[in-house]
Design a protein around this ligand. Structure first.
Ligand code: G6P
Ligand code: MG
Length: 214
């Protein structure tokens, strides 16, 4: 039986994955190289610093830790500019409706995001009140695919991992859920999110019945 739903944020509830991608590409371009949408899949779900380190590796560029700190700040400034005017209409299809359906059925809801900007986005899109627990990038040590972010969420909700389902758009996030002994629903492409228990194109396809059939 499923008693809790743990949501990733970027690319699951809100259409912000595209802004992360744009800001990272702008940084790479400024450093003199580019990366593809396929490479970008590897950046989804991992922390800001880890993303930057991976990108620098792709570009074959070495930086000091001070420079890395400055570059990550630069990317985040661009990202914050892009999300400054984000509105509830940038919620992905079905997000709000599915959160409401879960609430109506008494299923606990948590956020499990690597982002340090999660709260700003939940506020601007008007969905913060749905969450019984919020775990974001400011609260975790280990990045997905480590299950820490979801295990803390389950603990705060006081629900066993086996009774939780995670909703993720990132390969690292799917792996984190499985490593935490949770069920996982992928949002996106079946070919990419191969290990998920179920993959749907968007939350608009989700229902309570589907949760219980996992
Ligand atoms: C999420 C996104 C990543 C992002 C990370 C850190 O996991 O999928 O693309 O890099 O959060 O986000 P932040 O807002 O803290 O830079
Ligand atoms: Mg995501």
């Amino acid at each position: 039986e499923i008693n809790a739903c743990l949501f990733d944020l970027d690319g699951v509830l809100v259409d912000t994955a595209i802004y992360h991608y744009k800001a990272w590409r702008r940084l790479a371009n400024e450093l003199g190289f580019d990366f593809t949408e396929k490479d970008n899949e590897k950046l989804k779900g991992i922390s800001r610093i880890q993303s930057l380190k991976l990108i620098l590796e792709w570009g074959g560029i070495k930086k000091t830790s001070k420079e890395i700190e400055e570059l990550s700040q630069k990317k985040n400034d661009w990202y914050l500019e892009m999300i400054a005017d984000i509105q509830p209409n940038e919620l992905l299809p079905g997000s709000r409706e599915f959160l409401q359906e879960l609430k109506d059925h008494g299923i606990k809801i948590a956020l499990g995001s690597a982002s340090k900007n999660a709260i700003i986005i939940l506020d601007k899109t008007n969905i913060r009140h749905f969450f019984d627990a919020i775990v974001d990038g400011n609260m975790v040590q280990a990045s997905k695919p480590d299950p820490e972010v979801f295990l803390i969420g389950a603990k705060l909700l006081n629900i066993q991992p086996q009774q939780c389902v995670v909703i993720e758009d990132a390969v690292a996030g799917v792996e984190a859920a499985l490593a935490g002994n949770m069920k996982v629903i992928g949002i996106g492409d079946k070919g990419v999110l191969k290990e998920a228990n179920l993959v749907v194109a968007s939350l608009a396809e989700m229902s309570i019945d589907q949760l219980n059939s996992l």
